[in-house]
Design a protein around this ligand. Structure first.
Ligand code: NAI
Length: 406
């Protein structure tokens, strides 16, 4: 399949307008829609789309992707990409982009605020005031200065939180399943036992994996310090909710802040129930850790830029499913041929022989392979582009080809 770069970018799910401003530079038509689409509507939109921007509600399965004949790239304007069939899109040479740390700061800030709120037992104080009760008391209310924060998962969010917590006088220990550079004065705990035994607050920042599923169970909660606080702003199935409820009701833990749940409603207006509702000193939020206007704008900019760079230069940069290449701009007046092919021995040899037989000049060549896929980029003189394309199309391992012209 050979394509040139012109077409239509469809942005679903009310993506922040800043993406549109960036994408205009591609010269493509931009269609914006506020909500997610029913499957049949999505099918018809996909038939015409050159690039598709989605957030987490749009599910792109194999059948939908295979029936999108013009689709060149998918932008997930969020962190996760599990709503897209990454294998199928890779097999078709369609890169999938996301914004892995555009909302890191928002989650870290919320977590820090929750630590302060829980330490001061604000959920109850605020509920009392709303109920017309003036209960002024210092009972159970603590400063955070000098307390120890135990961070499980010292990645983007965990390490950012580490810096913020130290800035307000907390000590930080962390646990990660791989070795991580400690920031500031933080230090790694010997093991999870040490972290539980020393932390006044435990905050979870691990991804959802088989190893982290129900990672915090009754046994872990029993190992935490009496009256310690638990914060989960990571993924809903990392904590066993029933065990947490018991630990809170039994007075074992002093409080909790929970932003993510094992079952979350798909739509914004759905009812929601959790056994944590109504418990004292518990903050419940509807998965809004990363939801700030700044994060939304930053995600729009980040993914928008990645789509622009792929459209205009062929860079796959930080694509999550394809060989990644950060390309320099084309030389003036050059055409750029982007060739995705199956990574089997001999393809490059066939390609070079074909080019040698044509007697054409290749001004720049880049190659990156990953698993079963290879991505070759050739900068060529415009006069040679058609002949090269004809030869490359004959290579049976070719998956997809695109030419970027001026
Ligand atoms: P990250 O990938 O940068 O960091 C995760 C860290 O956890 C890594 O350092 C990794 O080595 C570590 N880890 C993985 N498995 C582990 C295990 N079994 N034991 C110990 N450590 C383990 O991810 P990031 O960006 O910091 O996100 C962390 C979590 O926050 C993710 O679950 C993400 O989905 C969630 N998140 C939640 C948001 C919200 O709105 N509440 C918004 C953004 C992210």
């Amino acid at each position: 399949m050979t394509e040139t770069t012109r077409g239509r970018i469809v942005l679903l799910e009310g993506i922040h307008p800043s993406a549109e401003a960036r994408l205009e530079t591609t010269g493509m038509e931009i269609v914006r829609m506020d909500g997610s689409l029913e499957r049949s509507e999505l099918q018809s939109v996909l038939r015409e789309a050159t690039m598709l921007g989605i957030r987490s509600r749009t599910q792109l399965d194999e059948a939908l992707i295979r029936n999108a004949p013009n689709l060149q790239a998918i932008g997930c304007f969020c962190i996760g990409t599990n709503q897209v069939d990454l294998t199928c899109s890779a097999t078709l040479g369609i890169p999938v982009f996301n914004a892995p740390f555009s909302n890191t700061r928002s989650v870290a800030e919320l977590t820090l605020a929750e630590i302060v709120m829980l330490m001061r037992r604000i959920p109850q104080r605020s509920a009392d005031m709303h109920a017309g009760k003036w209960r002024k008391s210092a009972a159970g209310s603590r400063e955070v200065r000098g307390r120890t924060l135990g961070i499980i998962g010292y990645g983007h969010i965990g390490s950012q939180l580490s810096i913020l917590a130290e800035a307000i006088g907390m000590k930080v220990v962390y646990h990660d399943h791989i070795s991580k550079l400690p920031l500031g004065n933080a230090h790694p705990a010997k093991d999870l036992d040490e972290l539980f035994a020393t932390s006044d607050v435990v905050s979870l920042h691990v991804p959802a994996t088989p190893a982290t599923r129900n990672m915090i169970d009754a046994k872990c909660l029993a190992r935490m310090k009496p009256n310690a606080l638990l914060i989960n702003n990571s993924r809903g199935d990392v904590v066993e909710i029933e065990a947490l409820v018991e630990a809170l009701q039994g007075g074992r833990l002093g409080g909790a802040a929970i932003d993510v749940f094992p079952e979350e409603p798909r739509s914004g207006n759905s009812a929601f129930e959790t056994p944590l509702a109504g418990l004292e000193n518990v903050l419940l939020t509807p998965h809004i850790g990363g939801n700030t206007l700044e994060a939304q704008a930053s995600i729009a900019d980040e993914v928008g830029d990645k789509l622009v760079r792929f459209a205009c230069e062929g860079s796959t940069g930080t694509a999550v499913n394809l060989p990644t290449v950060d390309l320099p701009s084309r030389g003036e007046g050059q055409h750029r041929i982007l060739h995705f092919h199956r990574n089997v021995p001999g393809v490059l040899g066939t390609m070079h022989s074909a080019l040698a037989n044509l007697g054409v000049n290749i001004n720049a060549e880049y190659l990156q392979s990953q698993g079963e896929l290879s991505y070759v980029i050739l900068d060529v003189d415009p006069a040679d582009a058609d002949a090269i394309r004809t030869e490359l199309e004959k290579i049976p391992e070719t998956i997809r080809m695109r030419i970027i012209v001026d």
